[in-house]
Ligand binder design. Structure first.
Ligand SMILES: C[S@@+](CC[C@H](N)C(=O)[O-])C[C@H]1O[C@@H](n2cnc3c(N)ncnc32)[C@H](O)[C@@H]1O
Length: 186
């Protein structure tokens, strides 16, 4: 049986998205990144001068990460829900919530991080568009609907600077935003 942390094999589009996100991240002055990673630490390994605050809620994945993280000096790994970062005194310049689930399933976690997102320079999220009670009206509508729902949830303006969709075990969408703290006006 395939191990959980091998789920990314043969996923060239996800690899390309990662490359593009790394190029985007390099445009900002970044010291710390809050991230959901995999035990391969594909992003961490390519940005060795940035500190990564990694949260992992799955016990098996966390234990796998404990082993592989010894190769890297720039990882601060915490077991638990990423929403717990809300109580940290640290500020992340980039927040990359590479969720596996839907907006509805993760919205409480995102709301918990509102104050951290507000002061970040680049905020990236991945969702599956397969909401149980919502009619799926295509990927492009999903981008807009996510941008709108996130702006309303967080009560802040989020300018889209990145957007890509890909196929995992189901369709997924990754969107990168620049949070604008002032207000929702354009
Ligand atoms: C899609 S994977 C990350 C992949 C990685 N960003 C990459 O590019 O290879 C998401 C990971 O985050 C974990 N995760 C999902 N939601 C979480 C949450 N709310 N808090 C902590 N960990 C979470 C999952 O268990 C999984 O290991």
């Amino acid at each position: 049986m395939k191990k959980q942390f091998e789920y990314e094999k043969d996923r060239p589009k996800k690899d390309r998205i990662r490359d593009e996100l790394i190029n985007c991240i390099k445009k900002y002055n970044v010291k710390k990144i809050l991230i959901l990673e995999s035990p391969k630490f594909e992003i961490v390994k390519r940005l060795p001068n940035i500190k990564f605050l990694v949260y992992e809620k799955n016990y098996k994945t966390y234990m796998a990460m404990q082993k592989t993280k010894t190769k890297f000096k720039n990882i601060y790994l915490t077991r638990g829900n990423v929403a717990n970062f809300k109580s940290s005194k640290l500020k992340a310049d980039v927040i990359y919530l590479d969720f596996c689930g839907t907006f509805s399933g993760e919205k409480d976690n995102i709301l918990a991080l509102k104050d951290k997102i507000k002061v970040s320079k680049f905020f990236i999220v991945t969702f599956s568009p397969h909401e149980p009670r919502q009619k799926f009206e295509g990927i492009s509508n999903f981008y807009l609907s996510i941008a709108g729902r996130l702006q309303r949830l967080l009560d802040m303006r989020l300018d889209i600077v990145f957007g890509e969709d890909y196929y995992d075990t189901c369709p997924m969408v990754t969107i990168g935003f620049e949070p604008k703290i002032n207000n929702l006006e354009v």
